[in-house]
Unconditional design. Structure first.
Length: 181
């Protein structure tokens, strides 16, 4: 079974547990903390994946490191270690955060532009494109792409809205070539 499918299952189980205990946002904040710890200390993966360190020792370190977190998050981390799936921890967190966003009607979007967008421009893009994908708003990540020449390209999930100058030129070229035949 692929890691992404497994990560989705762990995230779904944790999300249902969080909903049952009315802790969806609290667990989300705790998972953000876990994500930061793993991103700032990549050696944690090396430790957790080391074959000579026993599972019991790994769980003891996880318990001690994350003792301030809720039992739901701590037990999920220990279960992942028990099942030797340490490499999917960040993916589980991403899936959980995606579920929170879905619940709140927010979609993740990447906007490619020639320059950095202002907050006002991001709000306008969110307002314009959120309704096109059936969401209330967009959480926008802005990436600079000088190959666009001008305009923007918006990616929301697996949908791409291309309003860039280079995209329009490419479409015109395809149209001209197809009409030539």
């Amino acid at each position: 079974m692929s890691n992404s499918i497994v990560a989705k299952r762990y995230a779904q189980a944790l999300f249902q547990l969080a909903e049952d205990h009315l802790k969806v946002d609290q667990i989300g904040e705790e998972l953000e903390t876990v994500r930061e710890v793993f991103r700032e200390n990549p050696s944690i993966y090396t430790f957790l994946k080391h074959p000579k360190i026993t599972t019991a020792e790994k769980k003891r370190v996880v318990t001690k490191s994350f003792q301030a977190l809720s039992a739901e998050v701590l037990n999920t981390l220990k279960l992942i270690v028990d099942r030797h799936r340490e490499d999917i921890i960040l993916e589980v967190i991403e899936e959980y955060m995606s579920k929170i966003s879905d619940q709140k009607g927010v979609a993740q979007a990447t906007v490619y532009s020639v320059r950095k967008l202002s907050d006002k421009e991001k709000q306008q893009i969110s307002k314009t494109f959120a309704s096109k994908v059936g969401k209330q708003s967009l959480n926008i990540t802005n990436n600079i792409d000088s190959s666009l020449l001008g305009g923007i390209r918006v990616r929301i999930g697996n949908r791409i809205f291309d309003g860039s100058v280079s995209g329009k030129l490419n479409r015109m070229e395809r149209e001209l070539v197809s009409n030539k035949r």
